[in-house]
Design a protein around this ligand. Structure first.
Ligand code: FES
Length: 190
């Protein structure tokens, strides 16, 4: 009888162990399926977050600058923001280079704001760094401010021809976006 009890206890233990293993298996299986389910849910989200074709197209813009004569500035749009492209004259280049960089609020040389060998081509965001107005000075006849570059009419920030802040509340120079020359006459912004 006592032997029988021991055997019963042993088999009960065995069943319990088996039960535990089965529970483990069910638990592990559930976790695994949960993982698959989670991946299946995440995938469409990631797909939805990927940029659409029109957004990718806007990531960069190519501009033919062959018709921009020295002294002229055009305005283009990149990533929904206005951008100035200026073809600086030798006089403008000389004048911005003559400035003591250390005296500037946001010290930057023309070389640092242009590409090597192309320092006459200034590309800068047409967004005042104070509160985001579009500065004047690109179109013929527009006010260019006291430093012959750009003037922000919102609160009176003056930028020079290199787009550097010279007077007024704007804290920094007009931002230069990433750009490159695809050829002598085509600039790619972005
Ligand atoms: S937004 Fe240009 S000076 Fe304030």
């Amino acid at each position: 009888m006592a032997e029988q009890q021991v055997m019963d206890a042993g088999s009960a233990e065995g069943h319990e162990e088996e039960g535990v293993r089965r529970r483990d298996f069910i638990h592990i299986a559930a976790v695994s399926f949960g993982g698959v389910g989670a991946a299946a849910v995440v995938y469409p989200l990631v797909t939805q977050m990927a940029p659409s074709a029109d957004v990718l197209a806007e990531a960069s813009v190519e501009v033919d600058v062959s018709s921009i004569t020295p002294g002229q500035t055009i305005k283009t749009v990149w990533r929904k923001q206005p951008v100035f492209i200026s073809n600086l004259t030798p006089e403008e280049i000389a004048s911005v280079k003559a400035v003591d960089v250390a005296s500037l609020r946001d010290p930057q040389t023309l070389e640092e704001r242009t590409l090597p060998g192309k320092e006459n081509w200034l590309v800068s965001k047409a967004v005042c760094t104070h509160l985001g107005c579009v500065p004047l000075g690109a179109a013929a006849g527009e006010v260019k401010g006291e430093f012959d570059g750009y003037f922000c009419p919102c609160h009176g920030s003056h930028y020079d021809a290199a787009g550097r802040i010279r007077k007024g509340p704007a804290p920094t120079n007009l931002e230069v976006p990433e750009f490159s020359f695809l050829s002598d006459t085509v600039i790619k912004i972005g």
